[in-house]
Design a protein around this ligand. Structure first.
Ligand code: 2BA
Length: 109
């Protein structure tokens, strides 16, 4: 058995969850925060048989979209007389960051 951990953008999470459950997969949605942007994102945990992982990855690929974000970097420490005009930096965020890990044991009580 494998555990697919997929970090996605919040805007894609509902659609992805629906597509996964419609295809018969069980999933848990956790609200998470990205360490770099410090913005909310979503993490889905999907436990499934090893031979189903590629299908799960296909569903994730179809339902998660890359978006461009512009972020203003923090001002460096400057002398009071110096002006700092921040240049927005372009970032490509998502579609999905996925980890597939082996499950040592799976129990349901
Ligand atoms: P964040 O950490 O908020 O990162 C959002 C986006 O900012 C990233 O998109 C990437 O384009 C950029 N970014 C992240 N760290 C950076 C850095 N040190 N320098 C420059 N740009 C940086 P994605 O790569 O698509 O990542 C989206 C979210 O997936 C991340 O949100 C984080 O929550 C998660 N993630 C990505 N890689 C991860 C990893 N190796 N381990 C754990 N979580 C990860």
């Amino acid at each position: 058995m494998k555990l697919v951990i997929s970090i996605v953008q919040r805007d894609d999470a509902d659609e992805l969850l629906t597509a996964l459950t419609d295809a018969g997969y069980k999933a848990t949605l956790i609200s998470t925060t990205g360490g770099f942007l410090r913005e909310g994102n979503a993490t889905l945990c999907i436990g499934t048989d090893a031979e189903k992982v590629e299908e799960v990855l296909g569903i994730i690929r179809e339902n998660c979209h890359t978006r461009t974000r512009y972020v203003s970097p923090l001002a460096p420490l400057t002398e009071p007389s110096e002006f700092y005009i921040p240049e927005p930096v372009e970032l490509e965020v998502g579609g999905a960051t996925v980890f597939v890990i082996d499950v040592a044991r799976y129990e349901k009580f």
